[in-house]
Design a protein around this ligand. Structure first.
Ligand SMILES: C[S@@+](CC[C@H](N)C(=O)[O-])C[C@H]1O[C@@H](n2cnc3c(N)ncnc32)[C@H](O)[C@@H]1O
Length: 223
C-alpha cells in the first residue's frame, strides 16, 4: 500500500512505459508500479549510497531484481535517455529539481514525461518548465497526514509559454475541482500574502510576487 502522496504520483505514470525514479530512497514507487503491472521495468536512482542500499533491500524483498535496476546517480547525470520514458522526481525541493533538470539537455524530448512532486517551491518548477518549452499537462493535490502535497506532469513541446504572475504559484490546480485544491490555493494565497506584506513593511519589494498575490486574491478560489 502506497501512501497517498506517492499514490497520487503513481497515477500520473503512463501505463506500459519504463520509469525512472530519481531520489528513490526506499524504492516504494518503482516497486508499486512494477508489481501492479503499470510498468514493465524501472530504474531506481539515488545520489546517496545508504538510500540506494534501502532500495536494493526492498527490491530484493519483492523479488523484482530482474525488473528494477538501481543506479547511483546525481540527478540525471548517471542516466541516459534510453533508461526510461517517464521520469519521476518526488519528495525533493523544487529548487533542487530545477537544478537537476536544467543541466540535462536530453530532457527536451517530446516522447518523455516528467512527473514532479516538489515539497517546496513549485513556482520554480513551473517557471522552469514554461520558459524551457515544456507544457504542464496536469496537476493534482492530495492531503496526507494533515499536509497538502502537489504533483504535476509535463512534456516537451518546444513552445515557450508566458503566463500571469499568479500561474507559477497556482499552476493548473485552479482547474482541479477537488476540495483539497481549493484549500491548497487558499493557504498558498495566505502564505504568500503574509510574506509579501512583511517584505514591503520592512522596506523591500518583489513586484512579481505582489502581482501574483493580488491576482490570487481576485480569483474565485479565494474567499
Ligand atoms: C525525501 S527522499 C524522497 C524519497 C521518495 N522519492 C519519496 O518521494 O518518498 C529524497 C531522496 O532524494 C535523494 N536525493 C537528493 N538529492 C539528489 C540528487 N541530486 N540526485 C538523486 N537523488 C537525490 C536523497 O538521497 C533521498 O533519498
Amino acid at each position: 500500500m502506497l501512501r497517498k502522496r506517492l499514490e497520487m504520483v503513481s497515477k500520473m505514470v503512463r501505463k506500459g512505459v519504463s520509469v525512472v525514479d530519481i531520489g528513490t530512497d526506499h524504492a516504494y514507487l518503482p516497486i508499486y508500479l512494477v508489481e501492479n503491472g503499470i510498468c514493465a521495468r524501472a530504474v531506481a536512482a539515488d545520489v546517496v549510497p545508504g538510500p540506494l542500499r534501502n532500495a536494493q533491500k526492498n527490491i530484493a524483498l519483492h523479488h523484482l531484481e530482474d525488473k528494477i535496476q538501481t543506479r547511483l546517480s546525481d540527478g540525471l547525470d548517471g542516466l541516459a535517455p534510453e533508461d526510461g520514458d517517464d521520469f519521476i522526481f518526488a519528495g525533493m525541493g523544487g529548487t533542487l529539481i530545477v537544478e537537476l533538470l536544467e543541466r540535462t539537455e536530453w530532457i527536451r524530448d517530446p516522447a518523455k514525461r516528467f512527473i514532479i512532486q516538489p515539497m517546496t517551491h513549485g513556482e520554480d518548477v513551473r517557471r522552469f518548465l514554461c520558459s524551457n518549452g515544456f507544457e504542464i499537462l496536469r496537476e493534482d493535490v492530495c492531503e496526507d497526514s494533515g499536509r497538502l502535497y502537489i504533483a504535476l506532469c509535463a512534456e516537451y513541446t518546444g513552445r515557450v509559454t508566458e503566463h500571469p504572475a499568479s500561474f507559477y504559484y497556482t499552476g493548473k490546480l485552479t482547474e482541479c475541482l477537488k476540495g483539497e485544491a481549493r484549500l491548497y490555493l487558499s493557504r498558498q494565497t495566505e502564505r504568500l500574502s503574509t510574506a509579501i506584506d512583511a517584505l514591503e513593511k520592512s522596506g523591500g519589494s518583489d513586484p512579481e510576487l505582489r502581482k501574483a498575490v493580488d491576482q490570487m486574491k481576485e480569483s474565485s478560489f479565494y474567499c
